[in-house]
Write a protein that binds this ligand. Structure first.
Ligand code: 5GP
Ligand code: MN
Length: 342
């Protein structure tokens, strides 16, 4: 981290053209860390463009600076503008992902760009495309790493209300990635970082309500529908849910509507692993969650071309929904003893 900070400090001593990008289907950590970093860099006099590969959830629209975010795949014009920004950038910051495939079509543009590349991430096993890396799998969120970076660059931050927008962005990322401070990743350092952010005087309750208590009714009905057909496999201490393209259409689901839904599968007693299979745009997106020492990162990586963290991972297949579930069921015996010993 210190080496990267020294290099960054030197690089940022002159005004730079900077692009910040994040993983596809961005969540509050991807967007919160990106927008927080953008706020900080703009204040230092840099020209910053934030690019999301895909559309983002409606409950994150309030994040400070969101109106400046370009969505790469929105239309031909946005693709062109994003491409131009990437080609002329001095620095490209890759936040909350470690494999270029997580950028979809944007990955190739970033790979080919002449810019210096900075990776800030907490996922396992980064690819080696970045020149500078702030990478710590022990961090609860990328927003926590951005907090550490900007505190090193400017220790005086967060002393007053001037930094409320920055604090809200980083808090949104840390709070959601720790599951509201309940995952094992919630260390004393996490609480100390949040305590520091709170010195600005931002309203914690407002952020929680904006993120969690602002769902369209259809999203809650989609949740109810998914829960009503949950499968529990007691012999594997596993549960899973499926959503078909028709389900999503029936509940007029939009970007982010299925985020967080997978976590409900872990609330079933004695269940230590759960999966959610969502059929969308000709592919099946899978989310895995686990408790304790069982690694869903390894399962996602070995069988579904995915990755993530030990207790939260994802992947995707181009198989049908039924075939994807069949594959999942077929690999479970391989993991039975590990699931039993959690
Ligand atoms: P979610 O289930 O919330 O989409 O993702 C859970 C975790 O797994 C996140 O940390 C996310 O970055 C990671 N993840 C989700 N989908 C994929 C994927 O297709 N590939 C990889 N490498 N990681 C993924
Ligand atoms: Mn994250």
């Amino acid at each position: 981290m210190n080496q990267a900070i020294d290099a960054l400090r030197a690089l940022l001593s002159q005004p730079q053209l900077i692009v910040i990008t994040m993983h596809r289907d961005p969540d509050a950590d991807a967007l919160g860390s990106s927008l927080g970093w953008a706020l900080y860099l703009r204040r230092q006099g840099h020209q910053v463009t934030v690019i999301s590969p895909t559309d983002y959830p409606a409950n994150l629209r309030w994040l400070p600076g969101m109106e400046t975010v370009l969505v790469y795949e929105e239309n031909a014009a946005s693709r062109k503008i994003c491409q131009q920004h990437i080609e002329k950038a001095d620095l490209i910051c890759c936040l909350d992902f470690s494999a270029l495939s997580r950028l979809k079509d944007l990955g190739k543009l970033v790979q080919d760009a002449k810019a210096t590349k900075l990776l800030v991430d907490h996922h396992l096993e980064p690819e080696s495309f970045a020149d500078l890396m702030v990478w710590d799998t022990g961090a609860a969120a990328t927003a926590q790493l951005i907090y550490q970076v900007i505190k090193k660059l400017d220790p005086a931050l967060f002393a007053d209300a001037r930094d409320i927008p920055l604090a809200e962005c980083l808090y949104a990322g840390i709070m959601t990635d720790t599951g509201s401070f309940r995952h094992a990743s919630t260390t004393p350092e996490v609480h100390l970082a949040v305590a520091d952010l709170m010195r600005t005087g931002f309203e914690i309750n407002r952020v929680h309500r904006l993120i969690f208590d602002s769902s369209p009714l259809s999203r809650l009905q989609l949740l109810g529908h998914a829960l009503s057909k949950i499968h529990v496999l007691h012999e594997y201490r596993t549960s899973y849910m499926t959503l078909t393209a028709a389900d999503l259409e029936l509940y007029t689901s939009s970007a982010g509507d299925t985020d967080g839904l997978v976590n409900y599968g872990l609330q079933v007693e004695d269940v230590v692993m759960t999966a959610l299979f969502v059929e969308r745009r000709g592919e099946v997106k899978i989310s895995f969650r686990s408790a304790g020492d069982f690694s869903v990162r390894d399962l996602a990586h070995a069988h579904f071309g995915g990755g993530g963290h030990k207790n939260a991972s994802g992947g995707r297949t181009s198989l049908s929904l039924a075939e994807t579930v069949q594959r999942f069921l077929a690999v479970l015996p391989e993991y039975q003893s590990r699931l039993q010993s959690v």
